[in-house]
Design a protein around this ligand. Structure first.
Ligand code: AMP
Length: 481
């Protein structure tokens, strides 16, 4: 039986964040993982994306992290940069009121920037194996206090050829640690790794129906000829008229072509594939999250790790060649109890891939006809109206958790010998402000950032304009970021 979060006797800080995130009851994987993780059990967890697995490890890690410790205590390895950033966001949200500092490190971002950030107190580091190795080799990531290690999407690490890097990293870690492996499938190489490096791991298996949801996602396939695909795609968007939609293609070229065509036809859309600069990729993902556009055209780069509230429609413009990919792509819709729809276009040549997917997911995807001309013309007016308006995003979790938080910028830091405690000491002297109202403090060489919680930002800002810290008057303002 699934119990409520109160069963785990989590601290007030964590419970408060869960309430704001609207996590009322643990998901199946959470109710299996959280109690075991709190007991510091090594775990091998077979569960799909969309099952709530990030919070399954995020909640116990945030609960067990010791805030005072300066060096990283949790290391989370992910196969992609996008997932690293998503996990960092989730951990920061869960740990917001405990002031947990989570940092994502991944390739393509300047090494020096991450090196500077790692010098600050950092509780959890989330990274891709290559960049984490770099930091270890160059001595910029200290490992002696690591007590929690998570290998997320281990099967994907294997597919991407990262498993040796993962093994080398594990070899560097303190032996007194809790290790958890999460994977949608458990190929032999992953299993071997688990048994080699874990202490009596407990196996947790969450039935795949949790991942490939049939109760919340309607799965359909339309048989098409290659030359008609574009037209049928457009007809589908008119008839379905989704609030938000991801269109998946197998290649960058298809994404580029589709984007050009839809953009020309006035769709509010953006594209995402591995050929774009990292900054642009994050920009596009963020834009989609906050509702800047309605249609995202993407390769599998977007199939994992993007957590957008309420993608209502997923279209597989191409049948994915990897059967697992179907699960990840369609898992972008029908999340956290919402209803979703997944429509796939399949040419006769793709029959064998379709069969492999159906075998893998354990059911036959229902066939449907391409939209009829009269359906398309009936839907046209509503479609035109929606496409000209802005997408309204409800429920942005991070925004909810950060609602009452103001980031203040001070023009002094380490060079002026200012430490976090100096800020705490000074700010808590302001009438009406307590230590509970202070969030993450980041001290750089010549500037500092202090998060003020509970809507008290303006109060603290005003007071600090006329208050010295360690005898020094610093300039204070709301941080731009
Ligand atoms: P994940 O499998 O980690 O990608 O999570 C899937 C989605 O479920 C994310 O949008 C989470 O924010 C959401 N989620 C995780 N745990 C819960 C919960 N206990 N209640 C409601 N939503 C949740």
């Amino acid at each position: 039986m699934i119990k409520g979060f109160e069963e785990y006797q989590l601290s007030n800080e964590i419970s408060r964040a869960l309430k704001l995130l609207k996590y009322e009851n643990p998901t199946e994987v959470q109710s299996a993982v959280i109690p075991a993780a709190l007991k510091k059990q090594d775990l091998v967890v077979k569960s799909q994306t969309g099952s709530g697995k990030t919070a399954a490890f995020g909640i116990p890690i945030c609960e067990m992290i010791e805030w005072e410790e300066k060096k990283p205590q949790a290391l989370i390895l992910t196969p992609t940069r996008e997932l690293a950033v998503q996990v960092q966001e989730d951990i920061s949200n869960i740990g917001r009121f405990k002031r947990i500092k989570a940092l994502a490190v991944y390739g393509k971002e300047p090494f020096s920037k991450q090196k500077e950030e790692l010098k600050q107190k950092t509780h959890a580091v989330i990274g891709t194996p290559g960049r984490v190795m770099d930091h270890i080799d160059r001595g910029t990531l200290e490992l002696d206090q690591i007590r929690f290690v998570i290998i997320d999407e281990a099967d994907e690490m294997l597919n991407m050829g990262f498993i040796n890097d993962v093994e080398s990293i594990i070899n560097e870690l303190p032996s007194n640690r809790v290790t958890m492996v999460f994977s949608a499938t458990l190929p032999k190489d992953v299993e071997n790794l688990c048994y080699k490096y874990m202490k009596d791991p407990v196996n947790i298996e969450i039935a795949t129906t949790g991942g490939i949801a049939t109760d919340t996602i309607e799965h359909r396939v339309i048989e098409v000829q290659t030359e008609n695909k574009m037209e049928i795609l457009k007809d589908i968007t008119v008839v379905e008229n989704p609030d938000s939609c991801i269109i998946f293609c197998n290649t960058k070229d298809h994404v580029d072509t589709l984007f050009e065509e839809l953009d020309k036809s006035g769709y509010s859309c953006e594209k995402l594939h591995g050929g774009l600069e990292q900054e642009d990729r994050f920009g596009v993902m963020n834009g989609f999250k906050i509702g800047n556009f309605r249609y995202l055209i993407a390769t599998d780069v977007a199939a994992r790790g993007i957590d957008v509230d309420n993608v209502t429609l997923v279209i597989n413009y191409d049948v994915p060649a990897e059967k697992e990919s179907y699960v990840h792509r369609t898992g972008r819709t029908g999340r956290s109890g919402n209803k979703g729809k997944a429509i796939m276009l399949a040419t006769p040549y793709e029959g064998k891939f379709l069969k492999a997917i159906e075998k893998y997911i354990g059911f036959e995807i229902l066939q449907m006809e391409a939209p009829l001309p009269e359906e398309v013309s009936k839907g046209k007016a509503a479609f035109e109206e929606k496409i000209s308006g802005r997408r309204v995003v409800k429920n942005n979790k991070t925004a909810r958790v950060n609602k009452d938080i103001t980031k203040l910028h001070f023009n002094g830091g380490k060079k002026k010998k200012i430490r976090a405690l100096d800020f705490v000491g000074t700010i808590t002297k302001i009438p009406g402000v307590t230590a509970e109202d202070i969030g993450i403090i980041t001290i750089k060489d010549s500037m500092s950032y202090v998060d003020i919680l509970n809507g008290k930002g303006s109060l603290v800002l005003q007071a600090m304009e006329n208050t010295t810290i360690k005898g020094k008057q610093l300039r204070v303002s709301k941080a731009i970021k």
